[in-house]
Design a protein around this ligand. Structure first.
Ligand SMILES: Nc1ncnc2c1ncn2[C@@H]1O[C@H](COP(=O)(O)OP(=O)(O)O)[C@@H](O)[C@H]1O
Ligand SMILES: [Mg+2]
Length: 420
């Protein structure tokens, strides 16, 4: 019984203009925006107290591929239905020529990204509760034969500012559905995702599956607990190399008071080999999330591990089979724990550089990458920016950015760049 294709005929319900007769939209103020959309508050005219979020997805008129992607996003939301950890789709309108509008339940708490920034980081109990809620939603998504492919704090929303551990996954614009699930798992070759959260296999242009979402949850857990990014470099190929080599550290200042169980959890998600990562269900059963005693399969405090790690041989292999890996992984990463933290930056999607230079090629030509001076630092955290955006099927030539020796690097400009 594969995933049924849902036929979308929203105009059956909304003749031209009738959507706007049903809903009133606060056109003046937006409550959010992404690369491809603007989100406004809206409400039903006959029930103004119930507020919703209206996402207007630009389809560029007759852009067939853009329309197909938006329909896929809607189909994904329909397949997922109601789940406490996932944004619920309420309504759809395609009566406009340039945009498809979707009405979703409203998350009044805004983005997890902003909550982390406000608090500088989450306390460990709060991070644990948040990650548990997030993973329950990820497990549900995966159980439906879907992978999200763009999990990051900007796409995880809070039910309310007060309930900042109650999160909902949103933005299924890059999600991939297996039409033949459960006979076939969702798999892909397309390079897509957001820079700091990309799994190694995506960068290496290998075929990948749901494990890429687990990698992203590992990065998000790291970000929640420390307020900084585990992998960060302004030069694209250097960021990619950090990720594929899992060049990771836990700076002591940020991690001194975090339990070893949390570190163990992160390391079991951030396994370079996809097969070595925990599944969402397995992650939910990890002692750190289940609240068992120390929450780790090994004893000792962070300090003990830290000093142990520093004296440990650098020859500890980075990649090992699951089970045996996390303990020596911990020694390895703690041996580098003096390095500085990378501040949390907005992630952005990175273009599919296949036609010019793939991420894999970029890794082989380090001298050709952008220098830090070629990439402007984003002046404030409120504006979307980043190294770039990856979308399936995108051609680099369609994007703004700086072409550097065959590798497209998108500058950190403060304005949103639309290139769906
Ligand atoms: N249901 C919602 N409730 C509140 N804010 C939302 C909702 N959906 C989206 N937003 C805000 O709008 C932003 C952009 O929406 P998103 O779905 O991520 O679009 P894009 O595909 O363009 O990235 C989000 O990061 C968030 O700040
Ligand atoms: Mg988004």
């Amino acid at each position: 019984m594969g995933n049924r294709l849902v036929t979308l005929c929203p105009t059956d319900f909304y003749e031209d203009g009738s959507f706007d007769e049903t809903y009133e939209i606060d056109d003046v103020n937006s409550i959010g925006s992404g690369k491809f959309s603007t989100v406004h508050l809206c409400w039903k005219r006959n029930d103004p107290d119930s507020k919703y979020a209206l996402k207007a997805l630009n389809t560029g008129g007759d852009d067939v591929s853009a329309i197909a992607r938006v329909k896929e996003e809607i189909e994904t939301l329909r397949l997922l239905g109601n789940h406490p950890g996932i944004i619920t789709l309420i309504d759809v309108d395609d009566s406009q020529s340039n945009a498809i509008r979707i009405v979703m339940e409203l998350c009044e708490g805004g983005e997890l990204y902003d909550a982390i920034q406000d608090k500088s980081h989450y306390t460990e109990p709060d991070a644990k509760a948040t990650i548990r809620n997030l993973l329950e939603a990820v497990a549900y998504i995966h159980s439906k034969g879907i992978m999200h492919r763009d999990l990051k704090p900007e796409n995880i929303l809070l039910v309310s500012k007060a309930k900042y551990t109650e999160v909902k996954i949103s933005d299924f614009g890059l999600a991939k559905i297996s039409r033949d699930y459960p006979r076939r798992l969702p798999r892909s070759h397309s390079i897509c995702g957001s820079d700091f959260y990309l799994a190694p296999e995506v960068i290496k242009q290998e075929e990948y599956g749901r494990e890429i979402d687990i990698w992203a949850v590992g990065v998000i857990t790291y970000v929640l607990l420390s307020g900084s990014l585990p992998f960060f470099h302004q030069v694209l190929h250097k960021l990619y190399r950090q990720i594929v080599e899992r060049d990771l550290s836990f700076p002591e200042d940020a991690w001194r008071n975090v339990s070893k169980g949390a570190l163990d959890f992160i390391l079991r998600m951030l396994q370079v080999r996809a097969a070595d990562r925990l599944s969402a269900e397995q992650a939910l059963a990890h002692p750190w999330l289940c609240g068992q005693s120390s929450g780790s399969s090994f004893g000792g405090s962070f300090q003990e591990f830290s000093s142990f790690g520093r004296s440990a041989s650098e020859s500890v292999p980075l990649r090992q089979p699951s089970g045996a890996s996390a303990n020596s992984d911990l020694q390895k990463v703690l041996s580098k724990s003096i390095t500085n933290a990378h501040p949390l930056e907005h992630a952005n999607k990175v273009n599919n550089g296949k036609a010019v230079a793939s991420p894999a090629t970029a890794l082989q030509m380090p001298s050709l990458g952008a220098t830090p001076s070629a990439l402007q630092m984003r002046p404030n955290l409120g504006a979307p920016a980043g190294l770039g955006t990856m979308r399936p099927g995108m051609m680099p030539g369609t994007m703004p950015g700086t072409m550097m020796a065959g590798m497209q690097v998108q500058g950190r400009a403060p304005q949103a760049m639309m290139y769906r």
